[in-house]
Design a protein around this ligand. Structure first.
Ligand code: SPV
Ligand code: MG
Length: 536
């Protein structure tokens, strides 16, 4: 961002390079390319509406486009206001509206309304000097602040009236209070512009628009030129590129198109999507209050059958038909309305590349347990805090239902594990206080299901449910978890389930939300194959 206003930039004597744009996007590209200002070009705005640059659009159309640009960029926008959209009354209205819209300057030209673009042969009628001087005085009267500038554009060279007429007009316009003269030429050579500059002898700032002729930028300041306008090259580049891509698609479909177009991510960046997501995490509250999700994904211990697949990445980054396990869970969380997500990486952390989440690190993943990873991801406590293992896939509907459950610590337990042949896998089982008689069918009620025991040591026949690897903690529950973690010595090395057992032992209430499905684990190669088949 340039810390100087347009007026200050001119007063400092720097060459101000400005480039034509027609909407917020093109203005943003001009700013990102490093130019000092944006020209809200009548030619570009008209072209973008597919109408002639001949006062076909109304002032409101041009103003809409210019104010969109002014809101998008922090560099000054100079608005091309043609002949001022009518007589001096229209000019006053125009100045008030453009100044209020946040543009830095307007430029009006001394042709008759309706004008035609200066590069079109034929009718290029000039207004009487007195009439245009009246417009400039009206414009000066209408503006509210001194930093808002009014430039007068002299079209005498365009109309073929010669240097003397151009100079006569320019002097009259400066006398009437214009802040600078835009001297325009459609010649292929710079001679008439250079002659004008020399005769003008630096009486006021000069603006030029080299569209057909060329003057090296290094010579401009000594000629008294303060602002150079590259007025219409942006949209001409866009037209060429779009035509070429459209031809390509017509011939080859989208085959080998990627190097001709920007990736979607670049368009999202320019939209401000990532900035919006960042803000959303701070400000967007659901009717359930703020919600955060935390995914500990630092661990490296897996079943032998999975080892070859996770040599270079953690389980959460395993690809399930084009998307990682974690990315799929992030999408499920987003569908459930949760945007504030942190993933804690450890093993092969560099491979944890995810869109729209915060990545934290557990650098001691080899010597610590999941509980320690969880704590590395806590940078704030929300009204509801979800903890989700990284080696499971979960349905958004399960998360939506979980968020409606009451309790300070609620674990998700699956009752269907009894049916599954686990081949001696060590499951984290849960025992609840008042289990229902074993049955294959179940219904989602509001039973509290108070957890008595949890962990890998519980015999299968004793367990009520399998811990899914998903927990929800209220603000109070999360605070309790953090406080206990601080005071309980062995906490760093404990699994999450063992730490919950510690809380149960200390008589803290832990509840269980009983489900049958809605999630699946990726513990073995078989599990991985199943998941790939499911998402094919
Ligand atoms: C514009 O950009 O609309 C201009 C400059 O007025 S030019 O088209 O080069 O005349
Ligand atoms: Mg124009």
């Amino acid at each position: 961002m340039n810390k100087y206003s347009l007026k200050e930039q001119i007063e400092r004597g720097d060459l101000v390079r400005i480039v034509g744009a027609h909407n917020g996007l093109t203005a943003r590209l001009v700013e990102e390319a490093g130019f000092e200002g944006v020209w809200a070009s009548g030619f570009e705005i008209s072209t973008s509406h597919a109408v002639p640059d001949a006062n076909i659009l109304t002032m409101s159309d041009f103003l809409d486009a210019a104010s969109e640009m002014a809101h998008t960029v922090s560099i000054p926008v100079i608005a091309d206001c043609d002949t001022g959209f009518g007589n001096s009354n229209n000019v006053m209205h125009m100045v008030r509206r453009y100044e209020a819209a946040g543009v830095a300057a307007v430029c009006i030209e001394d042709k008759k309304f309706p004008k035609v673009n200066s590069f079109i042969a034929g009718r290029q009628d000039l207004a009487a000097i007195g009439e245009f001087v009246g417009k400039l005085m009206a414009a000066n009267n209408a503006k509210k602040t001194e930093k808002f500038l009014i430039f007068a554009r002299v079209e005498a060279l365009i109309a073929g009236w010669g240097l003397e007429e151009a100079l006569k007009r320019a002097h009259a316009y400066i006398d009437a209070g214009a802040d600078g003269i835009f001297i325009h030429s459609k010649s292929q050579e710079p001679d008439e512009i250079i002659d004008f500059c020399k005769s003008w002898n630096k009486r006021s700032p000069l603006l030029i628009c080299p569209t057909t002729y060329h003057i090296p930028e290094s010579e401009m300041r000594s000629l008294g030129i303060h602002i150079v306008i590259y007025a219409n090259q942006s949209i001409r580049a866009a037209i060429r590129s779009m035509q070429s891509v459209l031809r390509h698609i017509r011939r080859h479909g989208n085959l080998r198109l990627e190097d001709k177009i920007v990736p979607m991510e670049e368009a999202f960046r320019l939209q401000g999507m990532y900035m919006m997501k960042h803000d959303e995490r701070k400000y967007l509250k659901t009717e359930m209050g703020s919600i955060r999700a935390l995914i500990p994904a630092a661990g490296y211990k897996v079943d032998d059958s999975l080892k070859p697949l996770v040599e270079d990445r953690p389980v959460g980054m395993l690809d399930i038909n084009g998307k990682s396990v974690l990315q799929r869970n992030i999408e499920a969380l987003n569908i459930a309305g949760i945007q504030d997500i942190s993933v804690v990486a450890g093993y092969q952390a560099d491979r944890v590349i995810l869109e729209g989440v915060k990545i934290a690190r557990n650098r001691e993943f080899e010597t610590t347990g999941i509980m320690h990873s969880v704590m590395q991801g806590v940078d704030a406590v929300a009204d509801k805090n979800l903890i989700i293992y990284s080696d499971i896939l979960v349905d958004s509907y399960l998360l939506e239902k979980l968020l409606k459950k009451e309790g300070d610590i609620v674990l998700v337990g699956d009752r269907s594990y009894h049916k599954i042949n686990y081949r001696n896998k060590e499951l984290e089982l849960i025992v609840i206080d008042n289990p229902l008689p074993d049955s294959r069918r179940s219904i989602d009620t509001n039973r509290k299901n108070i957890v008595k025991k949890i962990g890998k040591k519980i015999p299968e026949e004793e367990g009520s449910c399998e811990f899914v690897g998903i927990a929800m903690l209220s603000r109070k529950g999360m605070q309790l978890l953090m406080d206990e973690y601080r005071i309980f010595g062995p906490a760093r090395t404990l699994s999450f389930a063992d730490f919950i057992q510690h809380l149960v032992d200390k008589n803290h209430e832990v509840r269980m939300y009983e489900v049958a499905g809605g999630w699946m684990e990726i513990h073995t190669f078989e599990d991985y194959k199943n998941a790939c088949a499911l998402f094919s």
